[in-house]
Design a protein around this ligand. Structure first.
Ligand code: 8X3
Length: 270
């Protein structure tokens, strides 16, 4: 029997790659995104409306998400997997210079949108006693870095919420996994750098970053493990990425911080 996967933020990046990966195995897909025309193209590519149910919704819209995911039409109405992928990073300024609108956009999507989708889909999974929620966290939720302020905090929320969900779900067969990718080549950085595609491209240049298909493959793997196995969390980096030393600077030293590697900060005293 064909299974159903719900993927939020399916118009690009991890979301689109995940939709493709599962559709290739015969899964039905429920795809959400703000950019409806992109979803239409994806649905067309993956077999049309019988195979892909598209929802042109903004994850920040509680009523729209609750309504759309809480009353899916047959045969999409018993999702086996929810991939909470929709999310964004906006800006990398220090906290005191950040734009509150950016902070709110990240909290509203990465935290609240994820909650709306989870709350809409979870009761059915519990009632059916099967299902899998795969959350897209980030290395930024585990490892702090300058300019990561609210983005990282929103992903730390995802990590702890995922663990707490499993605590609530103990006694059911519903699984929860938090995936925490590091440097990945998606539209993520273009948005974070406010449309500066050149700056985003430079970031990935020569780094051999993770690509969306890698993450889709990992999601496919965690979902297809035997049903008694729950991967709680998984941190994923390209082999070109690792942790940096902790910087130390004298107070008032007027240090400048230069990001020369993604999430690896080098501080220089001037
Ligand atoms: C994206 C990873 O390094 O930009 O979730 O925070 S990073």
């Amino acid at each position: 029997m064909s299974k159903t996967i719900v993927v939020t933020g399916a118009s690009a990046g991890f979301g689109a790659a995940t939709a493709r990966r599962f559709a290739a195995d015969g899964w039905r897909v429920v795809a959400t995104a703000r950019r409806r025309e992109r979803l239409e193209a994806l649905a067309e590519e993956l077999g049309g409306p019988d195979r892909v149910h598209i929802l042109g919704i903004d994850m920040r819209d509680r009523a729209a998400v609750t309504e759309a995911l809480g009353s899916l039409p047959a045969p999409f109405d018993e999702p086996d997997v929810l991939v909470n992928n929709a999310g964004l990073g906006r800006g990398m300024e220090p906290a005191w210079e950040s734009d509150l609108d950016d902070w709110e956009a990240m909290v509203d999507t990465n935290v609240k949108g994820l909650l709306y989708a989870t709350r809409a889909v979870l009761p059915g999974m519990v009632a059916r006693d099967r299902g899998h929620i795969v959350d897209l966290g980030s290395t930024a939720g585990r490892w702090p870095y300058p300019g990561g302020n609210v983005y990282g905090a929103s992903k730390a929320f995802v990590a702890q919420f995922s663990r707490n969900l499993r605590a609530d779900l103990l006694g059911t067969r519903v699984r929860v996994t938090n995936l925490e990718p590091g440097l990945c080549e998606t539209e993520f950085s273009v948005h974070r750098f406010r449309g500066d595609a050149e700056r985003a491209a430079e970031l990935y240049q020569g780094k051999d970053p993770i690509v969306p298909e890698d993450v889709a493959e990992i999601i496919h793997w965690v979902v297809h493990l035997p049903p008694h196995v729950n991967i709680n969390a998984m941190e994923i980096m390209p082999v070109t990425q690792a942790w940096g030393a902790l910087p130390v600077t004298p107070l008032g030293g007027g240090h400048i911080t230069i990001m020369i590697e993604y999430s690896v900060i080098h501080s220089f005293i001037v």
